[in-house]
Design a protein around this ligand. Structure first.
Ligand SMILES: CCCCCCCC(=O)SCCNC(=O)CCNC(=O)[C@H](O)C(C)(C)COP(=O)(O)OP(=O)(O)OC[C@H]1O[C@@H](n2cnc3c(N)ncnc32)[C@H](O)[C@@H]1OP(=O)(O)O
Length: 240
């Protein structure tokens, strides 16, 4: 496993030059949910295949893209520098709204998109609006190691949070995680692909209850199960 990761790393670095030129521009964006639209057309969409994607990830991606053809599923685009949410949704929530767009956050980027291709979080989320559920295809790279050869639990928790966040935001708009409970049942091999099936179980006022399971590509291994509570932000409140 570790040897294959090292080999993977070497080829990833070799691919670096080509990768920079890879065209994953927002021209390919679908008219997904308003919240997931990019604020400026120039932002690159990272939820598209790149050379670091394994055969499994590409295969699953193609299967879900097929499901998108009749409109029952949609791929959610993902930007690196712009928050998934439109920043105006959060303006009342920050102590200094100018920070949101100002120089203070000019270095900011989405945690899960901050790694070089293939080294960290490679993922794409598909949404089924009628069924209030999302499927996240996730390949955890070598920089996400916990115990040797396996993904760090925090990396799994992060992806669950992102998958939940997307699922909740589609129904709730600007939401934040209030509670996350995870049962880790089996360790996830590093560099493998897992599928995170999330769904909105209940909407109660500003509270959105979600649950998920994390499975292997062949569905045979259940790696984790989780529940989450997301709260729709109250525009009249601030975070402080
Ligand atoms: C694609 C990218 C997706 C990325 C997803 C990543 C999401 C994140 O990581 S967000 C970052 C981590 N989360 C945070 O930092 C949140 C910190 N917490 C907060 O800011 C606030 O507590 C917040 C916004 C969650 C709720 O605050 P507020 O709006 O004042 O809600 P509040 O009025 O206290 O509670 C509303 C309801 O929720 C309930 N509630 C709030 N928190 C909890 C909780 N932890 N457990 C159970 N119930 C809760 C309250 O009891 C209340 O219930 P009811 O309406 O029945 O009385």
């Amino acid at each position: 496993m570790l040897r294959s990761c090292t080999a993977g790393l070497r080829s990833l670095w070799a691919l670096r030059g080509r990768r920079e030129g890879a065209a994953r521009l927002s021209a390919d964006l679908q008219p997904a949910r308003r919240l997931f639209s990019t604020e400026k057309a120039v932002h690159k969409d990272w939820a598209l295949p790149n050379p670091s994607w394994s055969k499994d990830l590409k295969l699953l991606f193609d299967q879900f893209m097929k499901k998108c053809e009749d409109g029952s599923w949609e791929r959610l685009p993902s930007c690196k520098h712009t928050c998934t949410y439109k920043s105006e949704d959060f303006k009342t929530y920050f102590l200094d709204p100018q920070l949101v767009e100002g120089e203070g956050l000019s270095q900011a980027q989405l945690f899960t998109r901050g790694f070089e291709d293939g080294l960290g979080f490679e993922y794409v989320i598909f949404n089924n609006n009628d069924e209030k559920r999302t499927v996240c295809l996730f390949q955890g790279g070598p920089y996400l190691q916990g115990i040797p050869g396996f993904l760090h639990g925090g990396a799994i928790a992060t992806m669950i949070d992102v998958a939940f966040g997307s699922c909740a935001a589609i129904s709730g708009g600007a939401v934040m995680t209030a509670n996350l409970n995870i049962n880790f049942k089996r360790p996830v091999p590093l560099c493998s692909v897992v599928v995170i099936h999330s769904q909105l179980d209940k909407l109660e006022g500003r509270k959105l209850f979600v649950s998920c399971n994390v499975r292997s590509v062949d569905e045979k291994t259940l790696y984790s199960e989780a529940t989450g509570l997301f709260i729709k932000l109250d525009p009249k409140k601030s975070s402080t």
